[in-house]
Design a protein around this ligand. Structure first.
Ligand code: PEP
Length: 249
């Protein structure tokens, strides 16, 4: 069943004490919400964050993981390690991972499999670059990113997948896709899923929008029928802004 979700991606921000301060403020402000709320601190702060948010309705999620179970992968973190500290959801395929760490669709397909095999839910990110949008290629790009990383899966796998459409040109730039552009793409994504699987998969998957969502534009974006929430970068670093976005539902 499709849910409203607001997830904050903190990226490489906040040391331990900043993490505790922000989490305490978020915990107080998000006691009753109309959306599932998640925050993704950096790896070293996941375990303390899980403890701080115990008995709250905010879930701590991871920003990334490796596909292997363990072994000689210096600096990497596995699905079982995430699970062992209480993490049940991971972001995969963020555009910064794709751009700065060369994560390809093929690599992401392996990460997707590893997460699902370990019972970890996925927020799968994808989105076109500015040049693609200017050339009106956004749908082709988005379809291929989804197909290459996800279309080897059975329909039932989508019970554990949340999609996040994040046009690269809107991430951290202050430039937002218009609510109509977001709606058009989300509708296209649902149609793509219906064509490949069935209408149940298409209608039940939550599709988040990400790209410069702020308190001022969240309500309009979230009001679109195929937008089920947001993946929030910059604005998730301030408790009041994040809370205002959560309350846009
Ligand atoms: C993101 O990094 O996923 C993101 C959407 O960032 P911002 O909200 O800062 O554009």
């Amino acid at each position: 069943m499709r849910k409203n979700i607001v997830a904050g991606n903190w990226k490489m921000n906040n040391d331990l004490s900043q993490t505790e301060t922000l989490l305490t403020a978020i915990k107080q402000q998000t006691q009753t919400t109309n959306a599932e709320v998640m925050v993704a601190p950096t790896f070293v702060n996941l375990y303390p964050a899980v403890n701080t948010l115990k008995e709250s309705n905010v879930e701590v999620i991871a920003q990334n993981m490796h596909f292997a179970a363990n072994g000689a992968y210096t600096g990497e973190i596995s699905a079982t390690m995430l699970k062992s500290v209480g993490i049940e959801t991971v972001i995969l395929g963020h555009s910064e991972r794709r751009a700065y760490f060369n994560e390809t669709d093929e690599l992401l397909a392996k990460k997707v499999d590893a997460a699902l095999e370990n019972g970890i839910r996925i927020i799968f990110c994808f989105g076109e670059e500015l040049a693609d949008r200017k050339a009106n290629n956004q749908e082709t790009i988005v379809k291929s990113q989804i197909a290459n990383a996800l279309f080897h899966l059975e329909a039932s796998a989508f019970n554990n997948i949340i999609l996040a459409y994040e046009p690269v040109w809107a991430i951290g730039t202050g430039e937002t896709a218009s609510p109509e552009q977001a709606q058009d793409m989300h509708q296209f994504i649902r149609q793509t899923l219906e064509d490949k699987y069935n209408s149940e998969v298409a209608n039940n998957v939550s599709i988040l929008y990400g790209g410069s969502v702020k308190p001022a534009n969240a309500k309009e974006i979230f009001s679109k029928p195929d937008v089920d929430g947001g993946l929030i970068g910059g604005a998730s670093l301030k408790a009041d802004d994040f809370f205002a976005i959560v309350n846009a539902f």
